[in-house]
Design a binder for this molecule. Structure first.
Ligand code: NHR
Ligand code: GAR
Length: 223
């Protein structure tokens, strides 16, 4: 008879980063706390100096660096990135502050199995510099969105969104910090749903949560 409860291995992930890796840290912390059933097989960065790599090493995770500057085209970079990831056979690929646009060929390979977290209330402000753009356009609310990645940049089906106020006196930095706190809550939650088999992308491209079509993302602030 077994005396120990056997730990289920958890959903296998490869996490792609470029920078600080605080979203990666939220996943590591959730896993260690026992409330996120994941197995981070590898952390891949396009920058050797990304602090997220240090976080990964501290957590004894496997790391890889694939520097985009060593490649002559996006296609050439992605042609090496795809098998690098595939070697770890992840069930889900996580973009966590990954700053390189991915080619349609790459995205197709991981269709329905790749999430991004984007620092805006999509479809508002796709692309870069979202916090400054939200301030400049006088938004009273801002936030972050978890979405399935498609070839349309930041245009894939959104599954979960968190809202924060834009406060008087905010600059891009103070606003980004407020958004990031919410990111650390909603990214683990979306991954928990996926790991539990509750969240998937239907063949017609609609996300399903518990079998119900999500025509608009779940609002975290209303849960
Ligand atoms: N790739 C595809 N095909 N689809 C998406 O939705 C993607 C993606 C790759 C990354 C993250 C995204 C974000 O959340 C993401 C979503 C990088 C850029 C960008 O312009 C834009 C959006 C995102 C990531 N990157 C520049 C580039 O030329 C480089 C900028 C830099 O290195 O600082 O790739 O915001
Ligand atoms: C996060 O705010 C994430 O949403 C954003 O970068 C930050 C990464 O922080 N992603 C993008 O802008 C993608 N282009 P982290 O490295 O501390 O997780």
């Amino acid at each position: 008879m077994e005396t120990h409860a056997r730990q289920r291995p958890g959903l296998s992930l490869v996490v792609l980063i470029s920078g600080s890796g605080s979203n990666l840290q939220a996943l590591i912390d959730g896993q260690l706390a026992g409330d996120l059933p994941i197995d981070i097989r590898a952390v891949v960065s396009n920058r050797a100096d990304a602090f997220g790599l240090e976080r990964a090493r501290r957590a004894d995770l496997t790391t890889r660096v694939l520097d985009h500057r060593d490649f002559s085209s996006r296609a050439a970079y992605d042609a090496e990135l795809a098998p690098l990831i595939q070697d770890f056979a992840p069930e889900l690929v996580i973009l966590a502050g990954f700053m390189r646009i991915l080619t349609p060929t790459f995205v197709a390979r991981f269709h329905g199995r790749m999430f991004n977290i984007h620092p805006s209330l999509l479809p508002k402000f796709p692309g870069l510099h979202t916090h400054q753009r939200a301030i400049d356009s006088g938004e009273r609310e801002h936030g972050a969105t978890v979405h399935f990645v498609t070839e349309q940049l930041d245009g894939g089906p959104a599954v979960l969104q968190a809202r924060v106020p834009v406060l008087p006196g905010d600059d891009a930095e103070t606003l980004a910090a407020r958004v990031l706190q919410q990111e650390h809550l909603i990214y683990p939650l979306a991954i928990r749903w996926f790991a539990a088999g509750r969240l998937r992308l239907a063949n017609d491209g609609t996300p399903l949560l518990d079998g119900n079509a999500l025509h608009t993302p779940v609002q975290f602030n209303q849960l």
